[in-house]
Design a protein around this ligand. Sequence first.
Ligand code: AMP
Ligand code: MG
Length: 497
Amino acid sequence: MTIPAPAPTFGFNFDNTYARDLEGLYIEWQAALAPTPKLVKLNRALADELKLDADALTSPAGAAIFAGNVLPVGAKPLAQAYAGHQFGGFSPQLGDGRALLLGEVIDRHGQRRDIQFKGSGRTPFSRGGDGKAALGPVLREYIIGEAMYALGIPTTRALAAVATGEAVQRETRLPGAVLTRVAASHIRVGTFQFFAARSDITKVRQLADYAIARHYPALQQAANPYLAFLQAVSNAQAALIAQWMLVGFIHGVMNTDNMAISGETIDYGPCAFIDSYDPNTVFSSIDTHGRYAYGNQPTMARWNLARLAEALLPLIDPDSDQAVKLATEVITNFAEHYSSHWLNGMCAKLGLSHPEAGDLALAEGLLGMMHKQTADYTQVFRALADAVLGNEDVLWAQFGDNASFDRWLQQWQARLTREPRDPAARAQAMNSINPIYIPRNHQVEAALDAAITHADLAPFETLLEVLAQPFTPRAGFEAYATPASDGNAGYRTFCGT
Ligand code: AMP
Ligand code: MG
């Protein structure tokens, strides 16, 4: 008698708490069959972190897994329900219209991580959509998410990209793809809104208890765990948005369904980084009124948190006036938390170890001049470290022969005399947080264009290599450290849905 070989697990060791504990908050579903799946990219380092078998997943069997054609043992695919405010208007039913949660695994650090497909076909939440994703937006999410990770910013990550072999119809026919992404969870502000909008307090509570246990377990002991939860999400978002602002990242579509309660950046669509500093910068073609402009992001995060607060009100206090009062305090203190994260981060960018009175004005002075001179945000901060070491040439090239910049430079240098570190240590600290490489828009577009139009993945691979070490200058990558010669004027990003 021969004993049949066990089905290969590819290292997936699923433990699906969302499916187990939150029945009624999702619909079990299957991925559509991809005709000829082909692995475009596997994130081997992340696969290893998740204790997956990267070698086995590089085989054709791996492509079948990441296309959703073959289910790894233990996976229980489901579409999550959520609602959301999109550009200020409430949609009571969004949900995973082209995504499936495959399940959860515990990584090498003991952290629970969601494994999710994006672009895996229609679900009961698809509304008019085809449930598919095109290769361009999939690779874009791959690039930007991995860049954010390397910059030290909380984010979902890309595990794999697979071409399905099928064309998807957008404005033109485009190659279809599935992204497999990894997240602390996919619970959104909009997940709470879905059940709050249906006055299903039991499910809101069930979800809140689950989210607290999964993301903020210490709060289970708090006097008011739901209020503490709101505060924790608010703090996580304050820290996150400050980090976005400090590197010049624009999310582009900060709807409440695109805000994760874990505090990770999620749902990369029409996102992009600024080149020249301008708070009014908008890249997304659908953001016609600039609601999600670069400089509006803290305000919009706070607005979204107010929507989360509304969904949680019945849990916060049975007396609705008291609940509103408590929740409002949290929403109000967001500004303070955000500003403190931002100022600490901005001081570090300027080489200042602790904020002092006057540092805010110093930072704002520099930003104001950058705006006026259309200076490149990333290059200016990188050049400040050179100036610390006595080379001001790059900095002056950004500002021209300018008396007000000269005054600013003198103020900054006077401020630095009160700093304990020697210049070499200070410059090194600055260069460890001020990136030299960010995903420059023209480089991202060039990588996507080569992949889509010429099936040439070399520029995509090189860009990933550059962005994986954003703080370390490397010979041969000079072109990745500068903006496009014609700047960002007219640059537009699209949702790619
Ligand atoms: P997004 O703009 O990607 O954050 O998506 C907003 C909502 O639209 C979510 O509910 C998505 O699942 C849904 N959606 C986006 N694109 C598609 C598509 N091609 N097919 C079905 N649903 C989609
Ligand atoms: Mg979304």
